[in-house]
Design a protein around this ligand. Structure first.
Ligand SMILES: [Cu+2]
Length: 158
Protein backbone atom coordinates (compact mmCIF):
# COMPACT_ATOMS: atom_id res chain seq x y z
CA UNK A 1 0.00 0.00 0.00
CA UNK A 2 2.83 2.46 0.75
CA UNK A 3 4.89 1.86 -2.36
CA UNK A 4 2.70 3.82 -4.85
CA UNK A 5 2.78 6.93 -2.67
CA UNK A 6 6.58 6.79 -2.40
CA UNK A 7 6.84 6.64 -6.17
CA UNK A 8 4.72 9.76 -6.54
CA UNK A 9 7.00 11.76 -4.26
CA UNK A 10 10.06 10.66 -6.21
CA UNK A 11 8.29 11.63 -9.43
CA UNK A 12 7.72 15.18 -8.18
CA UNK A 13 11.36 15.50 -7.28
CA UNK A 14 12.48 14.47 -10.72
CA UNK A 15 10.14 16.98 -12.36
CA UNK A 16 11.41 19.80 -10.14
CA UNK A 17 14.95 18.81 -11.00
CA UNK A 18 14.18 19.06 -14.72
CA UNK A 19 12.73 22.55 -14.33
CA UNK A 20 15.89 23.75 -12.61
CA UNK A 21 18.07 22.21 -15.31
CA UNK A 22 16.03 23.95 -18.04
CA UNK A 23 16.53 27.32 -16.34
CA UNK A 24 20.26 26.76 -16.06
CA UNK A 25 20.51 26.09 -19.80
CA UNK A 26 19.00 29.54 -20.49
CA UNK A 27 21.90 31.29 -18.73
CA UNK A 28 24.00 33.50 -21.05
CA UNK A 29 27.19 31.92 -22.41
CA UNK A 30 30.52 32.69 -20.80
CA UNK A 31 31.91 35.94 -22.28
CA UNK A 32 34.28 35.23 -25.15
CA UNK A 33 36.41 38.32 -24.62
CA UNK A 34 37.27 40.48 -21.62
CA UNK A 35 34.99 43.26 -22.86
CA UNK A 36 32.09 41.00 -23.90
CA UNK A 37 30.35 41.70 -20.59
CA UNK A 38 30.50 45.42 -21.37
CA UNK A 39 28.74 45.03 -24.72
CA UNK A 40 25.05 45.89 -24.96
CA UNK A 41 22.56 43.72 -26.85
CA UNK A 42 20.81 45.27 -29.84
CA UNK A 43 17.19 44.38 -30.55
CA UNK A 44 16.32 42.34 -33.63
CA UNK A 45 15.56 44.51 -36.63
CA UNK A 46 17.57 47.57 -35.51
CA UNK A 47 18.71 49.54 -38.56
CA UNK A 48 21.26 52.30 -39.02
CA UNK A 49 21.33 54.19 -42.31
CA UNK A 50 22.16 57.49 -44.00
CA UNK A 51 19.26 59.88 -44.52
CA UNK A 52 21.76 62.15 -46.31
CA UNK A 53 23.83 62.05 -48.36
CA UNK A 54 22.75 59.17 -50.56
CA UNK A 55 25.15 56.53 -51.85
CA UNK A 56 26.84 57.83 -55.01
CA UNK A 57 25.88 61.45 -54.40
CA UNK A 58 28.15 64.35 -55.37
CA UNK A 59 28.46 66.85 -52.54
CA UNK A 60 30.07 70.22 -51.80
CA UNK A 61 33.35 70.22 -49.80
CA UNK A 62 31.26 70.90 -46.68
CA UNK A 63 28.07 68.87 -46.49
CA UNK A 64 25.51 67.78 -43.94
CA UNK A 65 25.29 64.13 -42.91
CA UNK A 66 22.02 62.98 -41.32
CA UNK A 67 21.94 59.74 -39.35
CA UNK A 68 18.88 57.48 -39.50
CA UNK A 69 18.13 54.89 -36.80
CA UNK A 70 15.17 52.49 -36.56
CA UNK A 71 14.29 50.18 -33.69
CA UNK A 72 16.58 51.86 -31.16
CA UNK A 73 16.96 55.23 -29.51
CA UNK A 74 19.79 57.74 -29.26
CA UNK A 75 21.33 58.48 -25.87
CA UNK A 76 24.46 60.44 -24.98
CA UNK A 77 27.69 58.57 -24.24
CA UNK A 78 27.76 57.52 -20.60
CA UNK A 79 24.00 56.96 -20.37
CA UNK A 80 23.45 53.23 -19.90
CA UNK A 81 19.87 52.86 -21.18
CA UNK A 82 18.67 49.67 -22.85
CA UNK A 83 18.27 49.66 -26.63
CA UNK A 84 20.06 52.98 -27.10
CA UNK A 85 23.44 54.16 -28.34
CA UNK A 86 25.24 57.10 -29.91
CA UNK A 87 26.40 57.59 -33.44
CA UNK A 88 29.88 57.21 -34.91
CA UNK A 89 30.92 57.85 -38.46
CA UNK A 90 33.75 56.01 -40.17
CA UNK A 91 35.44 58.10 -42.86
CA UNK A 92 37.56 56.25 -45.44
CA UNK A 93 37.94 53.43 -42.91
CA UNK A 94 39.38 50.16 -44.22
CA UNK A 95 37.30 47.18 -43.09
CA UNK A 96 35.43 46.82 -39.82
CA UNK A 97 36.72 48.37 -36.61
CA UNK A 98 37.28 45.96 -33.71
CA UNK A 99 33.66 45.32 -32.77
CA UNK A 100 34.48 44.13 -29.24
CA UNK A 101 36.35 47.23 -28.06
CA UNK A 102 35.45 50.88 -27.54
CA UNK A 103 35.71 52.67 -30.88
CA UNK A 104 38.89 54.78 -30.96
CA UNK A 105 38.91 58.52 -31.57
CA UNK A 106 40.81 59.12 -34.81
CA UNK A 107 40.54 61.18 -37.99
CA UNK A 108 38.64 58.21 -39.44
CA UNK A 109 36.32 57.58 -36.48
CA UNK A 110 34.22 60.46 -35.21
CA UNK A 111 32.04 60.19 -32.09
CA UNK A 112 28.76 61.95 -31.51
CA UNK A 113 28.58 61.32 -27.79
CA UNK A 114 26.24 64.24 -27.22
CA UNK A 115 23.47 62.30 -28.93
CA UNK A 116 23.70 64.28 -32.19
CA UNK A 117 21.77 62.90 -35.15
CA UNK A 118 23.52 64.96 -37.83
CA UNK A 119 26.83 66.68 -38.50
CA UNK A 120 28.62 68.77 -41.11
CA UNK A 121 31.72 67.21 -42.65
CA UNK A 122 34.39 68.96 -44.69
CA UNK A 123 36.37 66.60 -46.89
CA UNK A 124 38.94 66.95 -49.65
CA UNK A 125 37.81 66.75 -53.29
CA UNK A 126 37.48 63.21 -54.63
CA UNK A 127 35.69 60.05 -53.52
CA UNK A 128 35.25 59.12 -49.88
CA UNK A 129 33.49 56.30 -48.07
CA UNK A 130 31.24 56.84 -45.09
CA UNK A 131 29.73 54.33 -42.68
CA UNK A 132 27.74 54.71 -39.47
CA UNK A 133 28.28 52.55 -36.38
CA UNK A 134 26.22 52.74 -33.21
CA UNK A 135 28.11 52.46 -29.93
CA UNK A 136 26.83 51.87 -26.41
CA UNK A 137 27.45 54.10 -23.38
CA UNK A 138 31.10 52.91 -23.40
CA UNK A 139 31.53 53.47 -27.18
CA UNK A 140 31.51 49.70 -27.77
CA UNK A 141 29.47 48.48 -30.78
CA UNK A 142 26.36 46.53 -29.83
CA UNK A 143 25.95 42.76 -30.09
CA UNK A 144 25.03 42.13 -32.82
CA UNK A 145 26.60 45.33 -34.18
CA UNK A 146 24.32 48.04 -35.58
CA UNK A 147 26.08 49.44 -38.64
CA UNK A 148 24.99 51.12 -41.85
CA UNK A 149 26.07 50.06 -45.31
CA UNK A 150 29.19 51.82 -46.57
CA UNK A 151 28.32 54.64 -48.94
CA UNK A 152 30.58 56.45 -51.38
CA UNK A 153 30.30 60.16 -52.02
CA UNK A 154 32.17 62.34 -54.49
CA UNK A 155 33.30 65.68 -53.07
CA UNK A 156 33.55 68.28 -55.79
CA UNK A 157 36.28 70.90 -55.93
CA UNK A 158 35.42 74.12 -54.10
CU1 LIG B 1 31.53 57.04 -28.99
Amino acid sequence: MRTPRFTLVIGSFVLAGCAVAADASMAPPVPASPTAALMSPSPAGAQLYFIAPQNGETVAPSFVVRFGLKGMGVAPAGADLSNTGHHHILIDHQGDPDLTLPLPVTDQVKHFGGGQTETELTLSPGTHTLRLVLGNHLHIPHNPPVMSETITVTVKAP
